[in-house]
Design a protein around this ligand. Sequence first.
Ligand SMILES: C[S@@+](CC[C@H](N)C(=O)[O-])C[C@H]1O[C@@H](n2cnc3c(N)ncnc32)[C@H](O)[C@@H]1O
Length: 273
Amino acid sequence: MTEIQDVRGTAFIVAEFRAWENAAPHPLFVDPVVPIFLDARTRAAAERMVAGFPPGEWAVHLRTRYLDDHLDLQLTKGCRQVVILGSGLDTRGVRKAAPGVVYFEIDDKDIIDFKKARLKRAGFEAPIVFIAGNYVTDGLMGMLEANGFDRDAPSYVIWEGNTMYLTKPAVLGVLQALRRHVGRCAISMDYMSEEIIAGRTGDPRTSRFVEHFAEMGAPWRFGVDDLGALAGEAGMAVVDNAKLADLHHAYRPGRPLEGAFLDNYSICTLEPA
Ligand SMILES: C[S@@+](CC[C@H](N)C(=O)[O-])C[C@H]1O[C@@H](n2cnc3c(N)ncnc32)[C@H](O)[C@@H]1O
């Protein structure tokens, strides 16, 4: 990777935020792998992005903790395949490796090549099947099955930091494909409110933070106000849904909430209805 820009570049910003949590006095998770992807340039880019706006960084910590917890739960329930869509520099395939469980990661070729090289250089070996491509335009099920995915095995899909960059038809297309073709499947994903996308939160710091993403060529385009309706259109049911503001209050009691961002950012888990 030469430039930290467009949607691929956001993977480095998120990875930085995640790495910073390692140094917190009471971290919500520990990620000893993610520093291998980072350097002074990624740090500077992340600092610029979140300057004076801690909720931007907290959001990544909260969603990471939620997804780590839900992955643990799915593994306990017998999940055998974990699919990570738009996986970026997600390290769960290493951190959460489990006997008999295969991880499938899909992302752009540049990101996948960079990630594989860094993992290899650092000596990390993990049961990860890396798939380079675009899961919206290249056909999600074809990509997975060409790489050994078994549609009948219990599966968990992590879709983190992606839906906001897509469109409603693209998001629905992914959910419908999973619903139609994967027998036993749960999917967790984060999503913005429509107010965030429209710049209507009334919180100038939140609006500025959103603008930073547009300026790096990664505008947020899709938000959800009625999750039940979206899930219903895909034949899915909502089994869990939380605003990041609520997770913040639960995990960080006593730390005041700043601005409107975490009230307009949610994370959920869906299963076939
Ligand atoms: C904000 S980053 C999040 C990365 C990772 N999920 C995380 O939370 O650390 C978004 C990532 O999704 C990838 N991505 C977005 N849309 C994609 C698509 N249609 N196909 C493959 N990768 C995609 C980008 O290349 C980028 O690495």
